[in-house]
Design a protein around this ligand. Structure first.
Ligand code: SF4
Length: 460
């Protein structure tokens, strides 16, 4: 069996499962957020009764993150619905935007968009927050009401996005009927070269198979190169499995995985036991691709979908209006550090927005010093509009007052993960997906730019 099949078999209580089989599996964690949470709660109450209790209070994790820092009252109301439900159900894992359980978040105009407008429990973007808060463990099953739930496959778990109806059912029973996906095998060899990042790896793979090339399939990433990929790198790669239509993305568990998971579970007092799955000799794959990472170059997914792969150096005729770094995929500390390495002591040529994925990342960037300055100060000095209000922000457009949202047709290079028309705001805008280093280099020149043009300065 493949890694995915092994996890699903275990969760179904079966010795063996095969691709295509329909099985009932038990869920280890159900995650929902402010966009789908109210709908999920509605389904749960309708089907199980208004006084029903969730199947396991310790396994439901609620993370408001999408439409948070906006004066849009309907968006604010969604978070209020989550807060009321958490109170009623006494759920321990709710990462509210405010500290007062009786309160209501209100936009503070005096702070504006850049200054922090959240309390001490807020966790930021759900997929980045889940591992930070100790909710991802090898061998487990994570269902989330968000397509990028697949990011947690970096931790050797089966993690996938589900709709509100399924989530309402999981909320009541802890189980779900799913079809075992076929597995596609991506063997990673060689070492990434300077200027090339994990984002380039996944953009390359999606470019090979197309934005629907992994539809309802597992994408298994393994091979000798994985040991040299950080946990953040693996998260970036697993995150974008859905951009090829994948059911999930998955990595093996190694010493890095264990160290990360053990640290985070201990730090947060969450469940610390887990049972990883290892590779079998008899895996059946529906597709196989070997990728030599040493041959990859900075890569861009052009408008209008994540499969439109080109090399950054082929696109230097495309002038840009905006650059954006943020999201679960590209808003991690390591992403911002690579971004800052390119921008240090320089000045951006176009509007550039920076949205860290979580408050912890804001803290990292405001405390890590390079010489006299923090990384945050280096970015602000370079002209990047950095907000402390960690969250999804303009990654998916959002209400019209969302930080970084494209409200007019424009061209943007972005470290996010999805670029279908209208994704970041205006439906006639164009989004080019790239690594944080490529976004930084392009922000400096105002056109799509291979970051290796700046490498000699970085190494010098
Ligand atoms: S940052 Fe973007 S991709 Fe990630 S959860 Fe938020 S909206 Fe979705």
């Amino acid at each position: 069996m493949t890694l995915t099949e092994k996890i699903l078999a275990r969760a179904a209580g079966k010795p063996k499962v095969q691709a295509g089989e329909n099985i009932w599996v038990r869920s280890d964690i159900l995650m929902t957020h402010d966009v789908c949470g109210p709908g999920t709660i509605g389904v749960f109450k309708r089907e199980f009764g208004k006084n029903a209790k969730v199947w396991d209070r310790n396994k439901v994790v609620i993370i408001p993150d999408h439409y948070i820092f906006t004066s849009d009252s309907k968006s604010n109301r969604n978070v209020d619905i989550l807060r009321e439900f958490v109170k009623e159900q006494q759920l321990p894992y709710f990462y509210d935007v405010i500290d007062d359980p009786e309160g209501h978040w209100v936009f503070d105009a005096s702070k504006g968009m850049l200054k922090r407008q959240y309390g001490s429990h807020y966790a930021g973007v759900c997929h980045t927050a889940l591992p930070q808060k100790g909710h991802t463990r090898p061998g487990e099953i994570l269902f989330g009401t968000d397509s990028h739930t697949c990011m947690a496959g970096a931790f050797n778990e089966f993690a996938t996005g589900i709709g509100n109806t399924d989530a309402g059912f999981v909320m009541g029973t802890g189980k779900l009927l799913i079809k075992v996906p076929e597995t596609m095998h991506f063997r990673l060899e060689g070492q990434l070269q300077p200027g090339v990042m994990a984002k380039d790896v996944i953009l390359h793979c999606i470019g090979e198979i197309g934005f629907d090339g992994a539809t309802y399939r597992a994408m298994q990433f393994d091979g000798p190169a994985v040991a040299n990929l950080s946990i953040d790198d693996r998260m970036t790669i697993a995150n974008m499995a859905i951009e090829a239509g994948g059911k999930n993305g998955i990595f093996e568990c190694d010493t890095q995985t264990r160290a990360h998971v053990d640290y985070r579970c201990k730090l947060n007092g969450t469940k610390s036991t887990y049972e990883p799955v290892e590779r079998d000799k008899d895996e059946n794959f529906a597709y196989e691709l070997t990728v030599d990472l040493s041959k990859l170059e900075p890569t861009v997914a052009c408008h209008p979908d994540p499969g439109q792969r080109k090399k950054a150096k082929e696109l230097n005729h495309i002038r840009l209006d905006r650059a954006y770094i943020g999201s679960c995929t590209g808003g991690k500390t390591s992403d911002f550090l690579e971004f800052a390495r390119v921008l240090r002591n320089k000045r951006v040529a176009i509007d550039t927005f920076g949205v860290p994925a979580t408050p912890e990342i804001v803290h990292d960037l405001q405390t890590v010093r390079w010489g006299e300055k923090t990384v945050w100060e280096i970015l602000v000095d370079a002209g990047v509009q950095m907000t402390e209000n960690a969250g999804c922000a303009a990654c998916l457009g959002g209400p019209v007052d969302t930080f970084g949202r494209m409200n007019t047709p424009m061209k943007c290079i972005s470290a996010t993960n999805r670029n279908f028309p209208g994704r970041m705001g205006h439906k006639e805008s164009q989004v080019f997906l790239a690594s944080p280093m490529t976004v930084a280099a392009s922000a400096l020149t105002g056109k799509i730019t291979d970051p290796r043009e700046f490498l000699s300065e970085l190494q010098g």
